[in-house]
Design a protein around this ligand. Structure first.
Ligand SMILES: Nc1nc2c(ncn2[C@@H]2O[C@H](COP(=O)(O)OP(=O)(O)OP(=O)(O)O)[C@@H](O)[C@H]2O)c(=O)[nH]1
Ligand SMILES: [Mg+2]
Length: 444
C-alpha cells in the first residue's frame, strides 16, 4: 500500500471551490484558506464562490437548484473537481456528484489528501493512512461505484498510478479490497503505530533533564523558519499549508550557554478532522511533553486572532491546554495594519515580536525563553562532597557560581540558579542547601 502511494504524482486538477454559509451567519472568509489548501494539494483553482444557504439540504447540502447551477459552472470552467469548505455526508457527496457530474470533495478529505502527499516518515505515512481509512472508509462503499463511473479510468491502478485530488492514498485500493480487509488493515496500522508510540515515549523519556521547547501554531505561521533561524538547521520551509508533517528536534543553546531541545511539529488548522488529531497524537507527543510551548502566530494574517483560538482549541484537545506557553508574534516585517498588531499585543502583553525572515527580535526571544527556562532567580549556599563533581558542573552549566571554598573534603558554594533548575540540582545530591538565606534543607 505504502509503496503505491509513494509513486503517485500530484495532478493539476481544475477545481471550483464552494463555501456554503448560513444566511444568518454573516460573511465567512474561509474561501481564502480553502484556496490555499486546494493549491497546496496541487489544484488549479478556476472559480470560487460563497453560497448563502437558508437551511442545509440533507440531500445536497446546498439547494438542488444551486447544485444545478454549480453543475453549469463546472462545464463552463471545464472543472474536474468541486471542493466544499463544509463537511459533507456520504449521501450529500453522492447526490451532489449525480447533479454536478464531477468528483466532489469536502474540506476534511482535502486536508487528508494534502497529508497523504506530504507524509515522509514511516510514522507520518501510517498516521495518514489510518486517518484516511477512518474518515473516508465509511463513505467509500457507497461513494466509489458512482465515482468510478464519473472518473472513468481515473481510479488508480498500480499501472496508471495517477490519482487526482482525494483519490490518493488508500482510497484507490478501496476499489479492490473488501470491508474485512480494511478493518484488518486498520487494526494492523494501530498496532504498528502503538509500537512507534512506545519507542517515542522511550525517546522522550531519554531526554529527561533537558529543557524541552515545542513550536506550535497555525499552519504556515513560520515555525520551521524559526527553527532554522534559531538552530542553523535546514527544515523544509514552504509557502504552503502543512509543509511540515513530522517532528524535528534540534539542540538550541540559549544566551549564556544553557542547552535546550526545540521541536518543530505539524501545524494546526481550524476544524482539524478529529480523526487526524487522534492519529497525530504521537507526533504531537512532543508538544504534550514540552516544558515550554512557543505559540507562533503569523501576525500579518488578518485572521491571526481566529487562528490563535483554533490553536488553543487543538492544544486543549491533545491535553496541553494548560502548558506553559509563550506567544511569539512572527512576520512583523510584513504587518500592514499596525492597529491590529497593537490590539493583539494588548491581549497578549508578554508576546515577543519577531521576524524569523529578517532576524528581528530573535535575541529578545532568546532572552524571553531564557527567563522562562530559569524561572525566578534564587541565591544558593550549599555544600557538597568534593568527590561529587557533578554538583559543580551543574552549577557552572545552569547557574552562576559566585564563590567556592574547599575544606575537609567538602566544597562550599555560593551561587545563583533559576528556580526551575533547583530540582535538577537536588537530584545530584548535595550535602546541604540553603535557599535565599532562609529555608534550609538537609540531605542525608
Ligand atoms: N515575511 C516573512 N515571511 C516569513 C517569516 N517567517 C516565515 N515566513 C514565510 O512563511 C512561509 C511559511 O513558513 P514555514 O516556516 O514553512 O511555516 P510553518 O509554520 O513551518 O508551516 P507548516 O509546516 O506548513 O505548518 C514561508 O514562505 C516562509 O518564508 C517572516 O518572519 N517574515
Ligand atoms: Mg513547517
Amino acid at each position: 500500500m505504502e509503496k503505491l502511494r509513494q509513486t503517485l504524482k500530484v495532478r493539476k486538477e481544475r477545481a471550483i471551490l464552494v463555501a456554503a454559509v448560513p444566511r444568518t451567519g454573516g460573511n465567512s472568509d474561509n474561501l481564502a484558506e480553502l484556496t490555499a489548501l486546494a493549491e497546496s494539494a496541487g489544484a488549479v483553482v478556476c472559480d470560487k464562490f460563497q453560497q448563502k444557504i437558508r437551511t442545509i439540504n440533507p440531500a445536497t447540502y446546498i439547494g438542488k437548484g444551486k447544485a444545478e447551477q454549480l453543475g453549469e459552472r463546472v462545464k463552463r470552467f471545464k472543472a474536474n473537481v468541486v471542493i466544499f469548505d463544509n463537511d459533507l455526508s456520504p449521501r450529500q457527496i453522492r447526490e451532489l456528484e449525480k447533479v454536478i457530474e464531477v468528483k466532489v470533495l469536502d474540506r476534511s478529505e482535502l486536508i487528508l489528501d494534502i497529508f497523504a502527499t506530504r507524509a515522509k516518515t514511516r510514522q507520518a505515512r501510517l498516521q495518514v493512512e489510518l486517518a484516511q481509512l477512518e474518515y473516508t472508509y465509511p463513505r467509500l462503499t457507497r461513494m466509489w461505484p458512482h465515482l468510478d463511473a464519473v472518473a472513468g479510468a481515473g481510479g488508480g491502478t498500480a499501472a496508471g498510478a495517477v490519482g487526482g485530488i482525494g483519490t490518493r492514498g488508500p482510497g484507490e485500493q478501496q476499489l479492490e479490497i473488501d470491508r474485512r480487509l480494511v478493518n484488518k488493515r486498520i487494526t494492523e496500522l494501530k498496532r504498528q503505530l502503538a509500537g512507534i508510540d512506545r519507542r517515542k515515549i522511550r525517546e522522550i523519556d531519554g531526554r529527561k533533564g533537558l529543557f524541552k521547547i515545542c513550536l506550535v501554531g497555525y499552519t504556515n505561521a513560520g515555525k520551521s523558519t524559526i527553527l532554522n533561524a534559531l538552530t542553523n538547521s535546514d527544515a523544509l520551509v514552504e509557502d504552503r499549508l502543512f509543509a511540515t508533517l513530522d517532528t524535528r528536534t534540534r539542540k538550541w543553546t540559549l544566551l549564556g550557554g544553557a542547552e535546550t531541545l526545540i521541536s518543530d511539529t505539524i501545524g494546526f488548522i481550524q476544524n482539524l478532522p478529529h480523526q487526524l488529531v487522534a492519529s497525530f497524537k504521537a507526533t504531537l507527543e512532543e508538544a504534550v511533553n514540552a516544558d515550554l510551548l512557543l505559540h507562533i502566530v503569523d501576525v500579518s494574517n488578518p485572521r491571526a486572532l481566529k487562528q490563535i483560538e483554533s490553536v488553543k482549541k487543538v492544544l486543549a484537545e491533545i491535553g496541553c491546554g494548560d502548558a506553559p506557553t509563550l506567544e511569539v508574534f512572527n512576520k512583523v516585517d510584513i504587518v500592514r495594519k499596525i492597529g491590529e498588531l497593537e490590539m493583539l499585543q494588548t491581549l497578549f502583553p508578554d508576546a515577543v515580536c519577531i521576524s524569523a525572515k529578517t532576524g528581528l527580535g530573535l535575541e529578545l526571544l532568546n532572552k524571553a525563553v531564557l527567563a522562562r527556562y530559569k524561572g525566578s532567580e534564587l541565591l544558593l549556599h550549599l555544600s557538597s562532597s568534593q568527590s561529587n563533581s557533578k554538583v559543580q558542573s551543574f552549577l557552572r552549566a545552569y547557574g552562576t557560581i559566585i564563590k567556592e571554598t574547599y575544606h575537609d573534603g567538602f566544597v562550599v558554594i555560593d551561587a545563583r540558579l533559576g528556580q526551575n533548575q533547583l530540582a535538577g540540582l537536588k537530584r545530584l545530591g548535595p550535602e546541604s542547601i540553603e535557599i535565599n538565606g532562609k529555608s534550609k534543607e538537609l540531605f542525608s
